[in-house]
Structures are given as structure tokens and as C-alpha cells.
Unconditional design. Structure first.
Length: 255
């Protein structure tokens, strides 16, 4: 920023935008704070959110929120969202789930079968920010991931699900599960499964995309002479994580 004693800076509080008529800056208030105080955007965002002088009538654009920052993350113990989904603190500790209160986001680390860290799955929670529900680390290759593979002990049967929280929920209830982090089973994921368990139960989400993914995966397993079955979720549940703990065994093995 330039040195100036004249009134050359214009700030629109409603839009949280700033413009210098001398030409040294034009952009968001968050970026302005970062530039003036010589701090990164995450810390500038923190200062921005802690100030009561700004109006939040407009949504702060997603690109101002750096979810990949290493600042502000803490183990998500007693997290309100996780507790509302019946996840325990033991699961939080086991899966190393962290929470960032400033940007209201959970992150779950992903590991290979040899326990090598691959990246993070980010689960954003409702906030003033306009962000997708799920985000992934830059360069994260979902097609090569079987979430939970580092914690599984080659069971007789494994339940294959879409999302990481589906797998965590089943694991919390002593059921072996892996997640493909989406609704497409890649060839890499399939061949990894061949080395893990001789029996697979497909339990993808209870929607059109999940049904299509189930059909495609079922054909793939059958063509390779693997023992596979399909879990028919009750219509009232959109995914296995919505199924109460006392109903899981009946839903998974009773049909």
C-alpha cells in the first residue's frame, strides 16, 4: 500500500469491498486486511469475522477461504455436528477427525494400506461461506483410494460404501467397511478389494446415482467371479450412516 494523507481509499461496507483511487489496491476487505497487516488470508479472515463493524448481507466468495491452511485445526472432540450424527469421541480420535471453527469445516485424513498420508477429505458445515459440501486436497486422486484401508484387518466380508462417514459409522459399530469416496468404483479400487476380502456387500447411497453405481459394481464383481451381494436400504434412509446402530445388522445381513 502507498503512503498517503489524502482520502484516496473507498470502502463499501455492505459489499465488503475496497478500492484505492491511487491504483494500489482494488478487491475484498479480507485481502485488504491481509495486505495492510502483512498476514495470510486465513488470519485476515479470522480478523474479518471477529469484527462487528462488517455486514454479512453478501456471502463471502469461496476463493477467499483457504481450507487447506494448517492454522486453526483442532481434534473434533465433542463436536456438535458429529454428535448429532451419533459419532463418538473414540471415533474422532481413531480417525483423527479435526474441526476448524473459523471456517466451520471438518477434515478427515486419508491413508494408504501402509498408513501413508494421502491427503484430506473436507466436510464443510453450514456457514456464511458458499462452499461445496465435500472438498478434497489438491491433487487428491479418489480413484486410487479405499478410505479406511489402513484400519481394516482383511475380514471375511467387507461392506463397500460411498462416503467416509458411512465407513466410519460402520466401523464404530464393529462392521468392516471401506469407502470409495464417490459413486464410481474404479479399476484400481476394485483390484485392491480383491486382496482384502473374498466377500463384498455393496451399500451405496439410496438415490439414482447410487443405484447406478451399485449395478455397475455388481456386474464388475460377477464378471470376475467374486462373491458379491447388494444391501437394499429402507427407503427412509438415504445412506447407511442414517441407519440407527440397533438396525444395522438387520439391514446389512437380513436381506
Amino acid at each position: 500500500m502507498h503512503d498517503d494523507t489524502n482520502a484516496s481509499l473507498y470502502i463499501n461496507i455492505d459489499k465488503q469491498m475496497a478500492h484505492c483511487f491511487a491504483g494500489c489496491y482494488s478487491g475484498s476487505a479480507i485481502e485488504l486486511i491481509a495486505k495492510v497487516e502483512n498476514i495470510d488470508r486465513f488470519l485476515a479472515l479470522s480478523k474479518f469475522l471477529s469484527g462487528v463493524c462488517f455486514s454479512f448481507s453478501d456471502i463471502v466468495p469461496m476463493h477467499f477461504v483457504d481450507i487447506t491452511t494448517s492454522v486453526g485445526w483442532e481434534l473434533a472432540l465433542n463436536n456438535e455436528y458429529l454428535q448429532s450424527r451419533n459419532f463418538t469421541n473414540d471415533s474422532v480420535i481413531l480417525w483423527k477427525i479435526e474441526y476448524n471453527n473459523i471456517i466451520r469445516c471438518l477434515r478427515i485424513p486419508v491413508f494408504t494400506e501402509s498408513n501413508e498420508h494421502m491427503g484430506f477429505v473436507y466436510r464443510t458445515l453450514p456457514s456464511i461461506f458458499s462452499m461445496p459440501k465435500y472438498l478434497y486436497s489438491s491433487g487428491f486422486a479418489k480413484k486410487s483410494v479405499l478410505f479406511g484401508i489402513n484400519l481394516i484387518q482383511k475380514p471375511l466380508c467387507v461392506v463397500l460404501v460411498e462416503g467416509c462417514f458411512d465407513a466410519i459409522w460402520l466401523h464404530q459399530n464393529h462392521i468392516a467397511a471401506l469407502a470409495i469416496l464417490g459413486n464410481h468404483l474404479s479399476s484400481e479400487q476394485f483390484y485392491k478389494l480383491l486382496t482384502i476380502s473374498p466377500i463384498v456387500k455393496l451399500c451405496f447411497d439410496n438415490d439414482l446415482a447410487g443405484n447406478r453405481a451399485t449395478e455397475q459394481a455388481f456386474v464388475l464383481f460377477k464378471e470376475n467371479s467374486m462373491q458379491v451381494s447388494i444391501v437394499n436400504l429402507p427407503k427412509k434412509y438415504k445412506d447407511i450412516q442414517e441407519v440407527p446402530a440397533n438396525e444395522l445388522l438387520g439391514v446389512l445381513y437380513g436381506n
